[in-house]
Design a protein around this ligand. Sequence first.
Ligand SMILES: [Zn+2]
Length: 218
Amino acid sequence: MAVRHVHVQKPEARSQKPEAQKVPSPTRRPIVTSRRLVRALPAAVAATLALAGGQAVAAPAAGPQAEHAAARVVTYDASGAAEFKDAVSKGVAVWNESVTNVQLKPATSGQRANVRIVADDGWPRAAVDGLGSGTVYFGRQAVDQGYNTVRISSHELGHILGLPDKKPGPCSSLMSGSTAGTSCANPNPDASEKAEVEDNFGGAAVTSGTARTTVYAD
Ligand SMILES: [Zn+2]
C-alpha cells in the first residue's frame, strides 16, 4: 500500500520541483514521509504546500543558504553610502512597510551584510548576485540630474529583492525607474511589485550568493 501511495504522489512531487529543488534533500525527506503516512491524497496537496511554505522558517540550518531561508532577513551595510545614508534608510523603510515575507535590517558590527550600498559618481545601479544579495551603487549622476534620492534607493533595493526594471513605465511603478522622469518622487512599489517580492521570498527556496551576477544599470 505504501508503494502505491508513492506512485500516486509522484507527479505532485515533480510539479513542485522548480520551487523545491534547491532545498537540500535531507530537509525534504521528512515532509514526504509524514505526508505519505498521515494525509489522505487530496489533503496531501494542500498540506504539502503549507508545509513547503513553513519549511523555510522551520528547516534546521544546513549551510549558508538554509540559514538565509530560515531568517528571511536581508542585512545591509550602508557605511559606504556617504551623503545618501538617510535616503537608504527611507528606502529600507518603504520596503519594510510594503512587504512581510522579507525585511531589510542593518548588519550588526562584525556581521557580513547581504547587501552593500555605496555612493559613487556613476549612474545608480544594482549588481545582484542572488535573491537578497548584492551591491547597490548610489550613483550621483542621476541625483545631480534631479532624480529623487528615496525613489532611487527603493528602486535599487527592489532589484536586490528580485525585481527587474519595468521600463518605460509610469511614476506609480517603482521599477519604471528613470523613465518616470525627474519629477517623479514616488518611492513606493505598486501592488504587483509588492506581490512579486512577496512571491520571491514566500517560497521554500530562498537562496543567496549564487555565482551569477546580474547588473541593473538604472
Ligand atoms: Zn533599475
